[in-house]
Design a protein around this ligand. Structure first.
Ligand code: NAD
Length: 362
């Protein structure tokens, strides 16, 4: 298979973790007989330095001409956000990319590997044999895209945020969730606030209707407040978590904490046509950038998601997942996931990449 991939490494640890993901992809290409044409493009502060903007036209063109986008991360240190280079950097790059390509489905898998149980904030009895949740978040509707205004009514300030959802948008994301569930443990938990919100009542009605097309999958509805609680009390009960935009924004962060480190988490944003952007869930981590200690696993697993969702290369994607799990089972840890009880010293970004590649071919 021949595929063009736009590689947008970005800022901070972006280029460091991206190098490891690229090494893994090239090894997969060699082992499985594929050709990946990698086209580097500038984004974020790195693009601003050369083009004076965070998402230059040239980058847009490279993305348009590609079969998928592999994204690192953007942004500078929080204390330097006032500098023109970093001001609105995240909004001007990643949010613009999301809007430009109309990404409407966000997939964020979060896994507690048995080997990393010590890094999880929950007790071992709660995480059992490991947690494996896929967050499916709708990205294009909800309160973020409605009208926002503050007005003075009879001398009192009033804030108004409009929440809207249409049945087509809800049905699209529900199909995405059930299709993903079919390849997993076949359970979808749909989150809403149907006891209060009209949007949630429509959400529940449409999701229930769509579920009839997937009789092999189980559907349960949970109110968002109860869901937030159950995720901590019994995370092993969840498989696919289907959420509207705002509840998804909040709960997917709650779920991500279970994995122990932000550096472990991949994500995918897909549009209606299956075109996707793949990126780690973390930011550019300026506090550790340039030290060679960032965890590359989130970026490597993002590349694995790209193989699976954009190129349907399921075997190749599974090979990467197995290699990551084996590396963790062997006791290898970057600093963010290491604990004082570990047998081995924490390893560098490059060492973790090399070990995963070794496990890929052995
Ligand atoms: P962050 O996710 O960059 O870092 C939070 C913490 O997690 C830091 O202590 C960091 O060292 C650690 N961390 C993150 N990724 C890691 C990895 N791979 N390995 C080891 N440790 C890791 O969040 P922040 O510090 O709030 O934001 C820093 C910058 O990133 C800001 O400019 C922000 O705007 C930007 N940001 C970008 C994106 C994106 O590109 N999609 C997302 C979130 C934040």
């Amino acid at each position: 298979m021949k595929k063009a991939i736009a590689v947008l490494s970005g800022d901070g640890i972006g280029p460091e973790v991206m190098s490891e993901a690229i090494k893994v992809l090239l090894r997969i290409a060699e082992d499985f007989g594929h050709e990946f044409i990698l086209q580097n493009a500038l984004i974020g502060g790195t693009a601003w330095e050369i083009h004076g903007e965070h998402f230059p036209e040239e980058t847009k063109k490279i993305c348009e001409g590609s079969d998928a986008i592999l994204f690192g991360s953007v942004g500078g240190p929080i204390q330097e956000q006032g500098n023109a280079k970093w001001q609105d950097c995240e909004r001007n790059s990643i949010l613009q990319l999301r809007q430009y390509f109309r990404f409407q489905t966000n997939l964020r898998p979060s896994k507690v590997y048995p080997a990393l149980a010590d890094s999880c904030v929950l007790r071992p009895q709660i995480i059992g044999n490991g947690v494996d949740i896929l967050c499916v978040r709708e990205l294009s509707g909800d309160i973020y895209f409605g009208e926002h205004r503050i007005e003075v009514i009879e001398g009192v300030k009033n804030a108004i945020d409009v929440m809207t959802y249409d049945e087509i948008t809800i049905a699209d994301i529900a199909h995405a969730a059930f299709q993903a569930a079919r390849h997993r443990r076949k359970k979808v938990t749909s989150v809403d606030k149907a006891n209060v919100l009209a949007c949630s009542r429509l959400w529940r009605e449409v999701v229930t209707e769509v579920s009839k097309e997937y009789p092999d999958c189980q559907l349960e509805h949970l109110l968002v407040d109860n869901c937030a609680m159950q995720l901590i009390r019994c995370p092993t009960a969840f498989d696919v978590l289907l959420m509207p935009n705002m509840f998804g924004d909040i709960l997917s962060d709650e779920v991500s904490v279970l994995a122990g480190s932000l550096g472990m988490l991949p994500s995918a944003s897909l549009n209606k046509h299956g075109f996707g952007l793949y990126e780690p869930s973390s930011g550019s981590a300026p506090d550790i950038a340039g030290k060679g200690i960032a965890n590359p696993i989130g970026q490597i697993l993002s590349a694995a998601m790209m193989l699976e969702y954009s190129f349907q290369l399921v075997q190749e994607s599974e090979a990467i997942h197995r290699a990551v799990e084996k590396s963790l089972d062997q006791g290898f840890r970057t600093a963010d996931i290491s604990t004082p009880n570990d047998r081995l010293r924490p390893i560098s970004t490059i060492e973790m990449g090399n070990i995963i590649i070794k496990n890929l071919i052995s």
